[in-house]
Design a protein around this ligand. Structure first.
Ligand SMILES: [Zn+2]
Length: 676
């Protein structure tokens, strides 16, 4: 860091098409905020930039779904997102928007410079077009099977399952999300950035950063190994930054072209010195993002900046992996998430408890899992039992015995010496962890001060000394107050609300990083103001309520997302009568050799035992079905399947989880009974 005089910290621009959940916070906003608060506390020059990404197909799709204009959607969510970040203590210096005219101007200037210097390839290519919607299908307007991991429902620009970046024509069985129809190919002109021409420079750039996190370096290297291809920087779409060229109506800049420029345009709205933060060699750029944005920040945006020539490349891109929730992937469409705006309402004044838990469970090197049980444990066993307990004991004793004034200390004993020594080692470990983006470790170091404080009070027992050795008691409590100040400074990046309470209680105002370990930072005789209990125990009922809420909303979403198949064409009563539906009983069942799906059943139809092959082997074992009464179609023409003649068909329905369910009579019926 020594060559740099200032730091430009960015946190991912989130699409303004929905609220914030814990996965977003843990993925990039919270680590970014911790990092920035740490730099500020060190009196380093730093700016913290983020905002909403208001272009791109996710916005237009949301607008279509809700019957609104894209502008209405982004206006609404910009406010929701901005407010919940502010309430949660994410301390952006500016929270901007990419629909801002300033952003349009700067993005267009960027594009125009590249265009005029011949940095793009103009190419007419065949793009998917939805004939019924009369629209080209950019990015997320097209879904299909991922060619890499074969997950269905991968988007035209990216597979969310395996993270592969795609172009729409690579999808297997592509479908338009507008009409559900298979699209046709139609020629259209777009401007491509020839990433292949920047391959060598990008390789050098990546190689010059051996300090990048292994998850980031791994993804970037696998991209480079595959070989970069030209990538379209424009789209056939009506929502976005218009291409600043004649005759390009109906086309806009690709959202991943203009979004990273958003960091720059937002900086320009924050300060007149914006160019220094992006162009000066002694400015250090750090992008905090989630793992799905790695390629855009480590390869595509750097290639754009290289092509442009004026901008510095990022020095660090400390991307996190994903956070899961209760063992399952966080999902907006299944409503499997803890939403920040709901948390803030349901847990008033508990921002720091969530900040603490999310940091302790941060997905720094691999995916992690948030559980409400962990949240409860972190609160009750760490925040209440360690931090809250230590601070409370110190303040209560001083209130009671010293009229809320910091007592006078005299020469310490061995206990104080080892205390000073223990705290002295913390700032460097803490700084080291923070500067290397190891926020989980850093939190442990910061909390260590509270642990030391607890241990110190337990060993020194000032409550006993007050009567027997008052000078010694005063000394212990003076040291305890100094420790409260140290913990307030060390925890400020993580728990800013708690730290502010402590600074107020100490009458000190915010303190600098350098005061950690300074045992004279709070003056003797200083009036203290007991902050009361910093944290309260969270009971089981509260946790169970949250888990029940999650389960319920998931169930509701699943039911809502369930598509009831359309009713078939009307049939006549006579046609219905032709079908002979009966009740029978499975008397024997065996697996069919070489078939994963089929069971060979013997069904008692009241007259004889007939053989029916049924595709239920993946749902039932032969033993499970023997003895069951079932319904079957008795007069279906016999068919030979895998060499066995099947005489009829068992009727099945699909259960809630996609499992198969027999249609059995609600009370026993004689075998061969007719259904009508
Ligand atoms: Zn995939």
């Amino acid at each position: 860091m020594s060559n740099f005089n200032r730091t430009t910290v960015t946190a991912a621009l989130i699409y303004a098409n929905g609220p914030i959940h814990i996965g977003h916070l843990a993925g990039c906003y919270l680590p970014a905020d911790i990092y920035v608060r740490y730099l500020r506390s060190q009196k380093k020059e730093v700016i913290f930039i983020s905002g909403t990404d208001e272009h791109g197909v996710p916005i237009t799709i949301k607008a279509q779904k809700e019957g609104k204009t894209p502008q209405q959607v982004v206006d609404h969510y910009y406010e929701v997102i901005k407010n919940s970040f502010a309430e949660f203590g994410i301390s952006f210096d500016i929270y901007g928007r990419t629909s801002d005219p300033v952003h349009h101007q700067i993005s267009q200037d960027f594009f125009k410079k590249l265009y005029e210097e011949g940095k793009f390839i103009e190419e007419t290519t065949n793009q998917f077009f939805d004939e019924s919607a009369n629209q080209f299908l950019a990015d997320r307007y097209i879904i299909g099977e991922c060619p890499s991991c074969h997950q269905p429902g991968a988007y035209g620009d990216q597979c969310e399952k395996c993270g592969t970046t795609l172009s729409p024509t690579e999808l297997i069985n592509p479908k338009s999300t507008l009409s559900g129809n298979a699209p046709v190919l139609k020629p259209t002109k777009n401007w491509f950035l020839p990433l292949d021409q920047w391959q060598n420079s990008l390789e050098e750039y990546v190689a010059s950063h051996p300090e990048w996190k292994s998850n980031v370096a791994g993804q970037v290297k696998s991209w480079l190994q595959e070989g970069l291809k030209p990538r379209a920087m424009t789209r056939d779409l009506n929502w976005g930054v218009p291409i600043p060229l004649e005759g390009t109506e109906g086309k806009v800049l690709y959202v991943w072209f203009d979004a990273p420029i958003g960091y720059i345009s937002m900086t320009s709205q924050l300060t007149k010195d914006w160019e220094t933060y992006w162009k000066a060699k002694d400015s250090r750029i750090v992008h905090f993002i989630g793992k799905d944005n790695i390629v855009f920040h480590c390869l595509i945006f750097p290639a754009m900046c290289m092509a442009h020539g004026d901008y510095q490349l990022a020095d660090q891109v400390p991307a996190n992996e994903f956070m899961n929730l209760e063992g399952d992937k966080i999902s907006t469409s299944r409503n499997w998430a803890v939403w920040l705006h709901e948390y803030l309402t349901e847990f008033p004044d508990k921002q720091d408890v969530l900040r603490y838990t999310l940091t302790a469970l941060s997905p720094e090197t691999k995916d992690s899992d948030f559980t409400w049980a962990d949240y409860q444990t972190k609160n009750n066993s760490e925040l209440v039992a360690i931090l809250g307990n230590f601070v409370n004991r110190a303040f209560v004793l001083i209130d009671k015995n010293y009229n809320s004034l910091v007592p006078t200390k005299s020469a310490g004993t061995g206990l104080e010496e080892s205390l000073i020594k223990a705290v002295k080692e913390i700032p460097s470990s803490l700084s080291n962890a923070l500067e290397n983006y190891k926020f989980r470790d850093a939190l442990v170091y910061a909390m260590e001060i509270a642990r030391i404080g607890n241990k110190y009070l337990a060993e020194a027992e000032p409550w006993k000394l007050i009567k027997t050795e008052p000078e010694k008691a005063a000394t212990v409590l003076n040291y305890a107050v100094q420790l409260v100040a140290h913990v307030a400074v060390a925890l400020e990046p993580f728990l800013p609300f708690t730290s502010q309470k402590l600074f107020k209680a100490l009458g000190s105002g915010s303190l600098d990083w350098q005061t950690i370990g300074d045992f004279n930072v709070i003056a003797e005789g200083q009036k203290l103001e007991n902050p009361g209990l910093l944290f309260e125990k969270i009971e089981d009922e509260v946790i169970q309520k949250q888990i029940a809420k999650l389960q319920e909303s998931k169930k509701q979403m699943e039911l809502a997302n369930k598509k009831v198949p359309e009713i078939k064409e009307t049939t006549s009563f006579d046609d219905f009568l032709k079908m002979d539906l009966r009740v029978g009983q499975i008397v024997d069942a065996i697996s069919v050799e070489k078939s994963k799906k089929l069971l060979q059943l013997k069904v008692d139809d009241g007259i004889r035992q007939r053989t029916i092959l049924s595709g239920i082997a993946e749902h039932f074992s032969p033993e499970e079905v023997i003895g069951r009464q079932i319904t079957f179609l008795a007069n279906l023409a016999p068919r030979k399947i895998m060499g066995v003649e099947s005489e009829g068909m068992i009727l099945m329905a699909e259960g809630q989880e996609g499992e198969l369910v027999f249609l059995s009579p609600s009370s026993p019926v004689w075998n061969g009974g007719k259904i009508s």
